[in-house]
Design a protein around this ligand. Structure first.
Ligand code: HPA
Length: 272
């Protein structure tokens, strides 16, 4: 019992026990800004610190301790995952996807991955929310790298043709008609991109750029979950607007957008 899948199964048993439930139906991974918005979903019945669960890495982003909040929304048991970890913190792909593997091992069949992203398409203005249609994984790694999954799991050569569920994307547009849609390029960071890199990404078909989501989406798809990803556009990507990028502005956009992110989640999650 030492591989990443067994570790996630163990963490899932601990999570269910500490949350007082026998399973979860839906998982929402909260990115920058989205954690503040998620209060719109209601009061969690339990909050489990991820330091009490097997295999969880400690987030190094200040003020964002890892926790999994449990609550019932529209008759579904929802796990809100706060405090994701990133490659740029020095963690490997297995650590980055461990929270997603855990909530899926706890029964969730639908995963919503949220993030803050730079807008490459100039029409994607800060504060807008975009449904991810597809991604470019430019992290140079995969959560499926390394030892093959145990025999009870799908083979690692997973098809990503339909990675971001068409059903969930349609549903998202139905419940929040103002949402945009675009292709997300996932990079390692933590530096922002150069204007030349953003121009290359634009020509490659990317509309958004960020430092998360792609590995979690791959791991979730491998485990057979339906995946929806939502990006808050926190800034125009490098070179798209005249101003230089400032991490504080990226965070501030998240704070300002908390109300509208909460509105998106409150409309969407009961329908998942
Ligand atoms: N680039 C990469 N990641 C990001 C950005 C960006 O402009 N904004 C928020 N996350």
């Amino acid at each position: 019992m030492s591989g990443p899948y067994e570790l996630a199964e163990r963490a899932a048993r601990e999570l269910c026990a500490r949350s007082g439930v026998d399973h979860f139906d839906v998982a929402v991974v909260l990115g920058s800004g989205w954690r503040e918005g998620a209060v719109a979903l209601g009061e969690p019945s339990r909050v489990v610190a991820t330091r009490d669960l097997s295999g969880f890495a400690t987030p190094t982003v200040p003020g964002h301790d890892g926790a999994i909040l449990s609550l019932e929304v529209g008759g579904r048991r929802v796990a809100l995952v706060a405090g994701r970890v990133h490659l740029y913190e020095g963690y490997d792909a297995a650590h980055v996807v461990h929270p997603v593997r855990t909530v899926l091992a706890a029964g969730a069949r639908v995963v919503v991955l949220t993030n803050a992203a730079g807008g490459i398409d100039p029409a994607l203005t800060p504060g807008s929310v975009v449904v991810v249609r597809d991604h470019l994984n430019l992290t140079g790694t995969s959560p499926l790298e390394g030892e093959a999954p145990p025999a009870s799991y799908a083979a690692r050569f997973v098809d990503l043709t339909d990675l971001y569920s068409a059903r969930l994307r349609t549903l998202a547009h139905e419940v929040v008609p103002t949402l945009g849609e675009g292709v997300y390029a996932g990079l390692r960071g933590p530096h922002y991109e150069t204007p030349a890199e953003i121009e290359a990404l634009r020509r490659s078909g990317a509309d958004l750029v960020g430092m998360s989501t792609v590995l979690e989406a791959i791991a979730a798809r491998h485990l057979g979950a339906e995946v929806l990803a939502l990006s808050l556009v926190s800034n125009p990507a490098a070179g798209v607007a005249a101003a230089p990028l400032d991490h504080r502005e990226v965070l501030a956009t998240g704070q300002q957008a908390a109300h509208s992110l909460g509105d998106v989640l409150a409309r969407l999650v009961p329908r998942l």
